[in-house]
Design a protein around this ligand. Sequence first.
Ligand code: BDR
Ligand code: CA
Length: 308
Amino acid sequence: MKPIPVIIDCDPGVDDAIAFLLAKQLPELNVLAISVVAGNVSLERTTYNALGLVEFLNWDIPVYRGASGPVFRKRVDAADVHGSDGMAGIDLPHTRRVVQDVTSWDAIYQYALEWKGKLEIIAIGPLTNLAMAFMKYPDLPKLIKRIVIMGGSTLLGNASPAAEFNIYADPEAADITFCAGVPVHMCGLDMTMKALMTPEELDSVAEMGSKEAVFFHDVVQGIVEFMGRLGIIGINMHDPAAMLYAADDSIFKAYPAGIRVETKGAITHGKTVTDLFSDAKWQKNGFVVMDIDRDAFVERVFELMRKY
Ligand code: BDR
Ligand code: CA
């Protein structure tokens, strides 16, 4: 089977960085470009991190820069989780690479035209760039086959009691994306909280010995400590789990659903509202990914990291 042509829209970010490591080795994906957005840290820093990561991986793909914050509200970040540099204080190599001279939303449209309906987007940050693209190009939905996102939850939140971070950071953009007319596969906290890697499994990755494997281990240690203070032993691999779902959904369980976003509530803004089986019978605009075979996930991560 031909690899799926994809653009990764992201806000690196510790777990975005791990998702890059895996994406480069996934034979199922043909990664055409990276697009960055403000999220975990500022746009300036997510851009710097994306360029440093592709340099570190010696990965020959273009990086496009998008939105510096949401359109309708103030920017929030997750520097308390990912470190003020978004990379847990780990130095990335200096690089001569620069961002492309085209915005993310224009690039998404151009790739979509070029790939004639086959393009898929894997969005692992706030959805501002996608919303901008849909607002600017009304014919874009029919040119994109599928969007896989890391974001949302049918139940709990992490950025607020109601909302997951990527949706909380730009709820209006998320709702525009869910309503655009492209099927959205929502890899939310329901599933990603189960995509846990234990400290021992992280040590096993480091023991593989490559610079990429050691980076994998080292960059997540700050989050392991952060999660430990919340009573979780290990790290929830949010973005990497979405990346693996986009490549091969056979170890996941997903259900058709109607999905919208609460944008008005004073304490519930950013909550994804999901209709799986209510009397309301919303139109199904996507899938909610609810479950993962954790052991198979960890095995796949090991297999991909051994390729370095
Ligand atoms: C999501 O928020 C970010 O902090 C992570 O990179 C991930 O995309 C998890 O809620
Ligand atoms: Ca992310």
